[in-house]
Design a protein around this ligand. Sequence first.
Ligand code: HEC
Ligand code: HEC
Ligand code: HEC
Ligand code: HEC
Ligand code: HEC
Ligand code: HEC
Length: 276
Amino acid sequence: MNRRLISSLITLWLLLGLMAGSTVGWVTPAWGDAVDQAVVDESTQLWQGSAHALNDVNCSSCHQNDAADSATKTFVAHPDQESCRSCHEQAVDTFLLGKHGIRLREGETPLTPALARLPMKAEAHDLQMTCATCHDAHAVNTVQAAVDSCLTCHNDSHSLNYENSRHAELFAADRTLPRPSGSSVSCATCHLPRHELKKGDSSITLVNNNNTYTLLPRDRMVKEVCMNCHGVEYSYNSIFDDDLVEANFDQPPSLSLETFDLVRTLEEKRTDSGSE
Ligand code: HEC
Ligand code: HEC
Ligand code: HEC
Ligand code: HEC
Ligand code: HEC
Ligand code: HEC
């Protein structure tokens, strides 16, 4: 078969897929021999229970390039983050600014634990960091993405200690919800914080996928995250206690910075991090 023929078969298949809507059958030659039918079936099954299936976001919404007219659209087996952009621009833009995504922004290969300075799980050595790593591309499950996914890679004591915290208890209590609840605390609550985006008269809640944002300066997390639930002194006294950070906040803060001490500590930390 020549290329032309293959590409028109794929176009036909995509059109059929679009017409069939959310019940699209993918037993087609488009995947070629390279893709196991079992993988197609599994992907379909995961997708069926997802927010995407509910919102008519179909296989073809991601598995074709963004050529303007349907005649020149081609099939893509492994879509990258650009396939998400038309619907989730903020998520893509913020992901590419943080440590997790910046290599992709610079045109390099995806970040893997093999490249890390921090301790990582040995079995995750070659796992590539893309949009489809934390929430599976087809299930797009955000509860699993908020803690379990992080711990498939991260292996430092702060990360491992999370499960001993009151925050983890709160998170475990509402795992049955479709989305992490705003009243519990996952890894993502602190490291991929939610923010409001104004849209006309209303606003929507989006996740900031830049995992570096709340780390610098260190007290940014106080205002952006902790103070949604705790007082200002409690929050500063926790964030500036290195042992408590390492223990992932497994007990109330024992530091007790007075207001002026607080300001001074804050300034020192700022100067330290500025001179690094
Ligand atoms: C939200 C976007 C999105 C939707 C919708 C989607 N996929 Fe995918 N799919 C992806 C991404 C991204 C990958 C690549 C994952 C990776 O590289 O780890 C992928 C990979 C795959 C693969 C693996 C290809 C290989 O060579 O291993 C198969 C098969 C697949 N998808 C089938 C489907 C089917 C069938 C549907 C519809 C029922 C579907 N996908 C809907 C984004 C999507
Ligand atoms: C054609 C539009 C479209 C494309 C393309 C698309 N999405 Fe979505 N996505 C939606 C809609 C609609 C929803 C449901 C409403 C919402 O939560 O914003 C959604 C929801 C989600 C959610 C939240 C799921 C939940 O359970 O709340 C995640 C995560 C997600 N998408 C990831 C992705 C990723 C990753 C890609 C690219 C591989 C992608 N999406 C491509 C339209 C799209
Ligand atoms: C595929 C593996 C993988 C997954 C999954 C993953 N990370 Fe990472 N993460 C990394 C690697 C690799 C680095 C870079 C570490 C280094 O350079 O030492 C990193 C860095 C970080 C950093 C430091 C950022 C900085 O600027 O220094 C934070 C915070 C972080 N990850 C949080 C998370 C959270 C929270 C989750 C889950 C929501 C998560 N990670 C999921 C691999 C992963
Ligand atoms: C480090 C893990 C991780 C990576 C990488 C990641 N996400 Fe997410 N994402 C999450 C978590 C966790 C949530 C839910 C957090 C919450 O609701 O508090 C989420 C929520 C979302 C949502 C629903 C909320 C919103 O902002 O609309 C969308 C859409 C989404 N992600 C898309 C993407 C896209 C697109 C990419 C790649 C550009 C991506 N994500 C990369 C972990 C990740
Ligand atoms: C209550 C908020 C909170 C929770 C929950 C939390 N972290 Fe953190 N995390 C922090 C703070 C604060 C730091 C320290 C920042 C610093 O050292 O400047 C940190 C640091 C990190 C770092 C190290 C960054 C570096 O470059 O040294 C990683 C990686 C990380 N967290 C991953 C995780 C993972 C994975 C989880 C869940 C298993 C998690 N965190 C849960 C607040 C939190
Ligand atoms: C969504 C709300 C919420 C956010 C955001 C939040 N916490 Fe908490 N935190 C709680 C609740 C609820 C408890 C449990 C209080 C109790 O047991 O009395 C708690 C407990 C704690 C404890 C005490 C743990 C113990 O075992 O007694 C510390 C320390 C703590 N949080 C620090 C922080 C810091 C620092 C941040 C920001 C990086 C933060 N929290 C963000 C709700 C939150």
